[in-house]
Design a protein around this ligand. Structure first.
Ligand code: ZN
Length: 253
């Protein structure tokens, strides 16, 4: 359903040819424009024209990479799913608005037709023409709006159903984005925590190097014990065991 909606948007923005763009692009990985052109069976220039048209509306986005040998840029594209859905939502809103107006007008106003020429007039224009057709001279008859109204109402229902489905897609897309943001945030926090722990450890080991010499000079028991406690938790057993003999020596003296 999502791809169908996205295809619909692409057609509105860049014509029937653009429908496949929605199938070819996804919203996670950027795709090389030459691959897009090949899959669409279009030239690179035709493809670029379509892509630029769509990107003017912010519905797809690109990164570019410079070819070091040739010196030119290759573009890589991905689709902006949420923006595209919101774009479609606006289109549907406008259509629904128009249709609602048409229905209201059919329900409240009179229309006249020349049945022979199949031309329609609203009441004011019919009056101006004296209810007589300019083309064939026939007399207008009043239009029966029931059939048209049925058709318009059917279309309105269809649009409303589509709008509901698009809204659901938008909702799930927003949730997806929120989830991704949260995952990214957690990753960043994890990295920060690891870096913090590393720094702490680095500080302790540098203190340890200093403290190695301390016991030799300072003989007070209290001061010697402090570094030992801290180091025992943070550093490896090997490093701690290295220091133990020194501390014992100090105690004896
Ligand atoms: Zn006529």
């Amino acid at each position: 359903m999502l791809k169908k909606f996205l295809g619909e948007v692409m057609i509105v923005v860049a014509g029937k040819q653009a429908e496949n763009i929605a199938v070819l692009l996804n919203d996670k990985k950027y795709i090389n424009e030459f691959i897009i052109a090949k899959k669409m069976e279009l030239t690179i220039n035709q493809t670029r024209n379509i892509l630029y048209k769509i990107s003017d509306h912010g519905l797809i986005s690109f990164i570019r990479k410079k070819d070091k040998k040739k010196g030119w840029y290759t573009y890589f594209w991905k689709i902006e799913t949420l923006k595209s859905l919101e774009f479609l939502r606006n289109i549907l809103f406008k259509k629904i608005d128009q249709l609602t107006h048409q229905i209201k007008s059919r329900e409240t106003k009179r229309f006249y037709v020349c049945e022979r020429c199949n031309i329609e007039f609203n009441e004011e224009n019919a009056l101006l023409h004296n209810f007589t057709c300019n083309e064939c001279g026939g007399i207008f008859t009043m239009k029966d709006n029931t059939k048209i109204l049925r058709e318009l109402n059917r279309n309105l229902d269809k649009l409303k159903r589509e709008l509901k489905l698009v809204d659901e897609e938008i909702e799930s897309e927003r949730k997806k984005i929120e989830k991704q943001k949260l995952i990214k945030l957690k990753k960043e926090e994890k990295i920060k925590a690891i870096e913090k722990a590393k720094k702490k450890l680095a500080n302790k080991t540098s203190k340890k190097k200093v403290s190695k010499q301390k016991p030799k000079k300072i003989l007070k028991k209290k001061e010697i014990k402090k570094p030992k406690k801290k180091l025992a938790n943070k550093t490896s057993k090997k490093k701690v065991s290295k220091q133990k003999p020194k501390l014992k020596k100090v105690k004896k003296t």
